[in-house]
Ligand binder design. Structure first.
Ligand code: ADP
Ligand code: TRP
Length: 322
C-alpha cells in the first residue's frame, strides 16, 4: 500500500511561480510514489475572502492549475475541501482537546495580530482545521512551503494529543519541504506572496511576465561592475528557470560581463518558455469548466468516503455514538 500524501491550496488569489516551484511542480512526481490527495482549501480561504464571486473563481482557477500542470485525476484525488464537511466536525472535536496557548504561539495568528488586522476566530483556529484536513485521511506526508512547517507540527501535536487522550486513531504526519526552494523571492526581494503584491503569476501572459521581470528590484551596479549572483533577486530566479545557463551566468555576473537588463531579458524568456505548455493547457480548461467541475465532484466522492469512515470511528471513540 502506498503512503498517503496530502496538500492543499487556498483559493485566495492568482497562483504564482512561488507556489508553482515550492510545491505544485513536484506533485507530478508525487503522484507516482504516493496515494496523492490535493485539495482546494476553500474553508480556509473564508478567513479572508468575503466575496462570493471571487471565491468561486479562485477555486476553479486552482482546480484548473492542478490539471494544467498535468496531474492525472485517476491517480491524484483532486477535490474541494468544503465538499467534505466532516473536516469541520473533526475540527470541533480537536478544538475541544487543544490548549489555547499552543495556537496563540502560531506564526500566522501572531503575524495577523501584529499587523493589527481585524482577526476572526477562523484565523485563530486555522491550524486546527488544517490538522483535520491532514488527519482525517490518514495522511503521512505533507509537502508544503517552509511557511507551513509550523502548521504541520501542530497537526502532529493534535494527533498525539488525541491518541493519548483516547486511543491510537491518528497517524503522525510529516511535512516535506524542498530545501532548495524553501522560499522563492518576489519582485521586491521579499518572499513571493500574494499578500505582498510581488508575484509573477503562473498564468500571466508573456508580455506581463516580461514587464514584471523587468521590474525586479536590483542594486545600482552598472553592467561592467562585478556582481555577487547570490545577492541578486534576478539570479535567485535563474536558479530555477535557467538551469542550463547557470554556470555561464554566474561567471558573467562575477566578471562584470552582464548587466541586470540583459539578465532580466534572459530570465523572462526562460520563464515564458518553461510555462508555455501549462499556460496553453490552462487556456483550454478555461473553455471546459464542466470537465473541471466533474473532476472535483469525483474527487470529493472518493475523499468523502474515507472521511466518513474516519469520523464514525472518532464518534465511537469519544462517546458521541450511543
Ligand atoms: P501566498 O503566500 O502567496 O498566500 P499560499 O499561502 O497560498 O501563498 O501558499 C500555497 C503553497 O505554496 C504553500 O504550501 C506555501 O508554502 C507555498 N509557497 C507560497 N509562497 C511560496 C514561496 N515564495 N516560495 C516557496 N513556496 C511558497
Ligand atoms: N494552510 C495552507 C496554506 O496556506 C493550505 C492548507 C490547508 C494545507 N490545509 C492544508 C496545506 C493541509 C497542506 C495540508 O498554504
Amino acid at each position: 500500500m502506498k503512503k498517503r500524501l496530502i496538500t492543499g491550496f487556498k483559493p485566495t488569489g492568482d497562483i504564482h511561480i512561488g507556489n508553482y516551484l515550492g510545491v505544485i511542480k513536484d506533485l507530478i512526481d508525487y503522484e507516482k510514489k504516493f496515494d496523492t490527495f490535493v485539495f482546494i482549501a476553500d474553508y480556509h480561504a473564508l478567513t479572508t475572502v468575503k466575496d462570493k464571486k471571487e471565491l468561486k473563481k479562485n477555486t476553479l482557477e486552482i482546480a484548473k492549475t492542478l490539471l494544467a500542470i498535468g496531474l492525472n485525476p485517476e491517480k491524484t484525488t483532486i477535490f474541494k475541501q468544503s465538499d467534505i464537511p466532516e473536516v469541520c466536525e473533526l475540527t470541533w472535536v480537536f478544538n475541544c482537546l487543544m490548549p489555547m496557548p499552543l495556537l496563540e504561539r502560531a506564526h500566522a495568528y501572531k503575524d495577523a495580530r501584529a499587523k493589527n488586522k481585524s482577526i476572526n476566530v477562523g484565523i485563530f483556529d486555522y491550524p486546527i482545521l488544517m490538522a483535520s484536513d491532514i488527519l482525517i485521511y490518514d495522511s503521512e506526508v505533507v509537502p508544503v512551503g517552509k511557511d507551513q512547517k509550523q502548521h504541520v507540527e501542530i497537526a502532529r501535536a493534535v494527533a498525539q494529543k488525541f491518541n493519548n487522550q483516547y486511543r491510537e486513531l491518528f497517524l503522525l504526519p510529516q511535512e516535506s519541504i524542498k530545501k532548495e526552494v524553501a522560499t522563492i523571492t518576489g519582485l521586491d526581494g521579499r518572499k513571493m506572496s500574494k499578500s505582498y503584491n510581488n508575484v509573477i503569476g503562473l498564468f500571466d501572459d508573456e508580455k506581463t511576465t516580461i514587464k514584471k521581470v523587468m521590474s525586479i528590484v536590483t542594486d545600482s551596479s552598472r553592467p561592467e561592475d562585478p556582481k555577487n549572483p547570490e545577492k541578486c533577486n534576478i539570479f535567485a530566479l535563474h536558479k530555477y528557470f535557467s538551469k542550463n545557463q547557470l554556470s555561464d551566468l554566474r561567471k558573467r555576473y562575477k566578471e562584470g560581463k552582464i548587466g541586470y537588463k540583459e539578465s532580466k531579458e534572459i530570465l523572462a524568456q526562460n520563464i515564458n518558455k518553461e510555462l508555455s505548455k501549462i499556460r496553453q493547457k490552462k487556456a483550454e480548461l478555461d473553455k471546459n469548466e464542466k470537465y473541471v467541475k466533474k473532476i472535483l465532484e469525483e474527487g470529493a466522492e472518493k475523499a468523502r468516503q474515507i472521511a466518513f469512515k474516519k469520523i464514525q470511528k472518532v464518534r465511537k471513540t469519544i462517546g458521541l455514538k450511543i
